[in-house]
Ligand binder design. Structure first.
Ligand SMILES: [Zn+2]
Length: 308
């Protein structure tokens, strides 16, 4: 973009043009193909969601925005809510919410009512896992210009899902610490702590513009104490599992074991059975290394296309 510095609110400005329309039917077809390739059980569960009317697809008057998967109790059906508007990102949203849905259906098969559920640290593993595989499928048919835009978007999303959430976690930690000590914090001081932690992850290339010190107010996750870390841990664990599946497609059997495990054991033990030790620093570093290599790849393609 030939800019030295971005304003705080500009940090998610999309790069390039991703304007091709993707109908819901087309998107479902693509997601189904990817799921079916990974494991026919994933394909079957997804097909069932689509065909039995478990997905509320399009925006309409009075309907809330965003997307989610509803799976409250073990004996209730799983429903997906979307707001599909034919954008490329909407395909990824289908994959994301269907990932939650598949997770829930697999738990139903193996767990009882008390073990049905996901802990925070793994709540976003299934969703981000499926999303990334669908994105890779989209990349396969993209020309280099589109590929570059998708790679930049992917980097941006990874930064938002991992680094921004960790920054928010650190902000919350400091906030709770000071609050416990003093019992009250004026908004100016909260703003200062917020800005300090936000600039720590954005670095020198993003301006902490006037007003941005108040942007913790709209971030409602902060009221659900420390929820934010589930995004960072979920995506990093899912990246490690993706790597293992790419190395050996049979590893998907282990992924299914994890997706069925629910609350039957601690995340540490569930992953140990899969050969992943989440207590090791190296494990988490290997996830962030994947992002570094995507950044390198993106830079190389940008140079090749004479964009930088
Ligand atoms: Zn999710």
């Amino acid at each position: 973009m030939k800019l030295k510095k971005l304003e705080y609110h500009e940090r998610n400005v999309p790069y390039g043009k991703i304007d091709k329309k993707h109908s819901y039917e087309e998107s479902v077809h693509l997601v189904y193909k990817v799921f079916q390739n990974l494991d026919h059980v994933f394909g079957k569960i997804f097909k069932n969601f689509v065909e039995s009317g478990k997905i509320d697809v399009f925006p309409k008057k009075g309907k809330r925005s965003g997307a989610f998967c509803s799976d409250n109790l073990i004996f209730q059906p799983t429903y997906l809510m979307l707001n599909h508007t034919d954008k490329l990102n909407d395909i990824l949203t289908i994959a994301h919410e269907a990932g939650h849905g598949i997770n829930s259906e697999l738990m139903k098969q193996k767990q009882n009512a008390l073990n049905f559920g996901t802990v925070l640290s793994t709540a976003e593993v299934a969703s981000t896992f499926m999303e990334d595989f669908v994105l890779q499928e989209i990349m396969k048919t993209a020309d280099e210009e589109l590929k570059l835009s998708l790679m930049v978007e992917k980097l941006n999303n990874d930064i938002a899902t991992i680094f921004r959430q960790i920054a928010c976690y650190n902000f919350e930690k400091e906030l709770h610490y000071h609050f416990r000590e003093r019992g009250y914090l004026p908004k100016k001081e909260i703003g200062k702590i917020f800005q300090k932690n936000m600039s720590a992850y954005m670095g020198d290339h993003v301006e902490q513009s006037p007003g941005s010190e108040n942007w913790w107010i709209y971030w409602n996750h902060i009221r659900n104490f420390f929820y934010v870390y589930s995004y960072a841990s979920g995506l990093l664990i899912s990246k490690a599992m993706q790597k293992k599946v790419k190395e050996n497609p049979r590893f998907i059997g282990k992924v299914k074991e994890f997706l069925s495990a629910g609350l039957s054991d601690s995340p540490k033990n569930i992953f140990l059975a899969l050969g992943i030790d989440i207590t090791k620093k190296e494990f988490w570093n290997s996830g962030t290394e994947e992002i570094s290599s995507l950044l390198k790849e993106t830079e190389n393609l940008a140079i090749k296309l004479k964009k930088i």
